[in-house]
Design a protein around this ligand. Structure first.
Ligand code: NAD
Length: 503
């Protein structure tokens, strides 16, 4: 294992935003970003202002129309993505260390996220080079073609939980589609996006492309994010974040009749049938909710266990949850790292207090860990609750922390009714040896992704997105690039004679 770099070696980017192709300090308010493992300030980042967003959008529109970029053929654009992937790989260890410092996440996880970001650029380059346009069947004296063109300027707005991966998931297909991008990182975690922005600028420079093809604009969502969404030059916004923010953004987009893709919140059910391989299910349920300290949109945060197995399974689960190792993300032994911010930790703790008030049994955790080593960090113990009806707030609302609530079910109809009694529809896990039961349940449950005898596995080649309040649209997959393009139909006349009507 690569040794953890000392703090001094952290590649903290300078306090500069990428505006109109150049790095400079934003003219907006300063925000301190803090290492949640220690509470220690890492860096101060000045926000961009609304005027700077407009300046970046204007430069991005010019860059998107610049013949050096506009006239590139797909395989030539793919070269940019491949170069970005190489630069991410070369900087992988430093980017992972930076993300661990800024988000608190375990290094094992941030290393995987950085590798997946490079993989996303590489996959998208390959998809771009091999994407085909169609000649559609003609119904007259013409040849019809369906082609795809850039939108122009695209906004990419991301949350704080996995910045490097979510940035790559938007930047790669947006650039592949021939666009310029205005990227807004989350207020609590701007550092990785700023570091990634430097790599993209370097790749653009090396290839002689306009650097204004990317802007990185830190700042508050209600100011910088809102200005991106409302800017008349921005033709699409791809958003990942909470459902209520997504709804606000969709309203603003409706004013402009602008397409949006929304990757939103979740409260995903994990289902353990009576015939499940219990060892696999225990490991999968814990990984599904407690990895990333539960700060994952797809966290399997509602556990449904067949009533016949319920007491044994939940009892054993509680034992194991109590043994999970809580510690800093830099310790390779850590399973549950600190939460992203002390304020978020307090919000998670408030949900557990609410559960107690609603009558929950706390089977594991339910508190801040004790001990000197935890005193300054945003830690919370992995927590298992039960004894609540499915209608309780902690069974319905996204907590986005290491909190799992268990419920029994009687039969498949009862299970599906309970699982689907949620505004969300992002993901689902099913643990069973009965492939027919898995098929029936997987097809009935409202979820954009269903994992059967596994959980939280991700492939860039597989589309991802939510149903119901979990979102709109799909990212990833070969068609991911098409989400950042406009479709156009061309008719080529083949007749030797004039159109008959005019004669
Ligand atoms: P959030 O909605 O508060 O913020 C997300 C981003 O939107 C941030 O960059 C924020 O500054 C910006 N923003 C806020 N208000 C805005 C506005 N009015 N206009 C434009 N932008 C605005 O979410 P968060 O707290 O950063 O992240 C946690 C949420 O993200 C959870 O609900 C989680 O489920 C969700 N999430 C979803 C996915 C997915 O793929 N479905 C992935 C990760 C996280």
């Amino acid at each position: 294992m690569t040794p953890t770099p000392p703090d001094e070696a952290l590649p903290i980017p300078p306090d500069e935003a990428l505006i109109a192709g150049a790095w400079r300090r934003g003219a907006g308010a300063p925000t301190e970003t803090v290492d949640p493992a220690t509470g220690r300030p890492l860096a101060t980042v000045h926000a961009a202002t609304v005027e700077e967003v407009a300046e970046a959008a204007e430069a991005a529109a010019r860059a998107a129309a610049d013949p050096r970029w506009r006239d590139l053929l797909p395989h030539q654009r793919a070269r940019l993505l491949t170069r970005i992937a190489e630069l991410i790989d070369a900087e992988g260890g430093r980017l992972a260390a930076l993300q661990t410092a800024d988000t608190g996440k375990a290094l094992t996880e941030t290393r995987a996220l950085v590798a997946s970001a490079a993989g996303t650029f590489r996959y998208t380059a390959a998809a771009l080079e091999t994407a085909e346009e169609a000649i559609t069947p003609a119904r007259g004296a013409y040849v019809t073609m369906s082609v795809y063109e850039p939108i122009g300027v695209v906004g990419a707005i991301n949350p704080w939980n996995s910045p490097v991966a979510s940035d790559a998931q938007k930047l790669a297909p947006a650039l592949a589609g021939g666009n310029a991008v205005l990227l807004k990182p989350a207020d609590w975690t701007p550092l990785v996006s700023l570091a990634l922005g430097r790599l993209v600028t370097r790749a653009l420079d090396e290839l002689g492309l306009p650097t204004a093809l990317l802007a990185v604009l830190p700042g508050r969502g209600s100011v910088v994010g809102d200005a991106i969404v409302r800017d008349p030059r921005v033709g699409k916004v791809s958003f990942t974040g909470g459902t209520s923010t997504g709804r606000t953004l969709a309203h603003a987009a409706a004013e402009k009749l602008m397409p949006v893709s929304l990757e939103l919140g979740g409260k995903s059910p994990t289902v353990v049938l009576a015939d499940a391989d219990v060892e696999q299910a225990l490991a999968g349920v814990m990984f599904g909710v407690f990895s990333s300290s539960g700060q994952s949109c797809i966290a399997g945060s509602r556990l449904f266990v067949a009533r016949a197995l319920y007491d044994d399974f939940v009892g054993e689960l509680a034992e194991r949850v109590r043994k999970l190792r809580v510690g800093p993300g830099t310790d390779p032994a850590t399973q549950v790292a600190p939460l992203v911010h002390h304020r978020h930790r307090d919000a998670v703790a408030a949900y557990v207090d609410l559960a107690r008030a609603e009558g929950a049994r706390v089977l594991a955790g339910g508190a801040v860990p004790e001990g000197e080593e935890y005193a300054d960090g945003a830690y919370y113990l992995p927590t298992l609750l039960d004894g609540l009806p499915n209608s309780a707030r902690v069974c319905q609302e996204e907590i986005f922390g290491p909190v799992l609530v268990a419920l029994p079910f009687d039969d498949e109809d009862d299970l599906v009714a309970q699982a689907d009694a949620s505004v969300y529809g992002l993901a689902c896990g099913i643990w069973t040896r009965d492939h027919r039961a898995a098929w029936r349940i997987a097809r009935r449950i409202d979820a954009g992704t269903v994992w059967i005898n596994t959980y939280k596995q991700f492939s860039i080649s597989t589309p991802f997105g939510g149903m119901k309040d979990s979102g709109l649209g799909r990212e990833k997959g070969r068609d991911g690039i098409r989400q950042y393009q406009r479709q156009k139909s061309l008719y080529w006349g083949t007749s030797e004679s004039p159109l008959p009507w005019a004669n």
